[in-house]
Design a protein around this ligand. Sequence first.
Ligand SMILES: Cc1ncc(COP(=O)(O)O)c(C=O)c1O
Length: 395
Amino acid sequence: MLTNRQLFLLHLGQTSPAPLMLEIEKAEGVFLFGPKGEKYLDLVSGVSVSNTGHRHPQVVEAVRKQTDSYLHLMVYGEMIQSPQVKYAEKLSSILPSQLGSIYFVNSGSEAVEGALKLAKRFTGRSHILYFSNAYHGSTHGALSIQGSEKYRNAFRPLVPGTYQLNFNDFNSLDAIDDHTACVIAEPIQAEAGVVLPNPGFLELMRERCNRHGALLIFDESQTGFGRTGKMFAIDKYGVVPDILVLSKALGGGMPLGAFISSQDIMSSLISNPQLGHITTFGGHPVCCAAGLASLNVIIEEELAESCTPKSGLFKKELDHPAIKSIRGEGLLLAVQLKSKEQVSKVVAKAPESGLILDYFLFCNDAFRIAPPLVISNIEIKYACKQLLSLLDSTL
Ligand SMILES: Cc1ncc(COP(=O)(O)O)c(C=O)c1O
């Protein structure tokens, strides 16, 4: 009989030449467990997904409760489903008032597609501006606004009318003009290796969009739900977009995405043509129930607020000559080493030290630290101790 490992390679479509290949049987809090008793401390959160940790009891209970009522009923937007309604109401209550209309989809890429379509439809324009080293997903539209040729060039032709600007280059914002439907940005660029916006950059983006009637889209797929020390990065920078994209932690460990706007902007998808965006599974009731429970945990356990001191503890403990810098905000950190080779060795060897680490797509001299926000100070100290001895033994 073939092992799961063999079946994984045989029957699951592979795109990574070197997958992590860790078999996981159970996950709880910040830990993942293998079939032979292996225990790994998760410093990645499935890439900014598991903000409330794995299998938080309140999230599991919400999923259980919803499965007792109903699963999928009908394509999105036809029937009144209380998990969707309650979650949309809660999200509107914590977002700026202009962001009160929420369209749920299944993933980040899909939310980005919806946001781009909405901007084109509302403005009647076709030009889309995006930034160098941006990552917004892997579908055709999202790939067309990926700020690196590496993963997209082989798939051309892509969506026309997309133009790349340089992140943090104030002059490049002059490209925003009366043809621009939208500018899309991650307020903190995650896959670029956690690149923060220079002071005033997001503000100028907002001002230029206002001046030319272009819509501003912020993709908070990775920065949302407390990860950078505030519930959303827009709370940190005080710049409100016309459309907000959320995904990853939005579903509390279940697949969920959303593009969010004002009633006025969103209503442009109702006519000419009607049904301007359609999804079968978007806003799945079980995912919405899980997401709402997870958001309540983030608020009740003050996880956003806890991120800044936890981030400080990581930065203090990770004192090692091999570490050139630690960039980031809250629990979205990039640990920079001297070279790509060093990063590859450390990430590959991390499981042997009981840690899960990960690369960034567009920054090869740093690895990611983005643990569940529920990580305790004791767990942070343990993780750092393991990491320091890993650096000692590997480099
Ligand atoms: C900022 C950002 N936007 C969008 C996406 C795409 O999300 P998904 O993989 O759910 O389609 C990602 C995924 O990593 C992301 O980091």
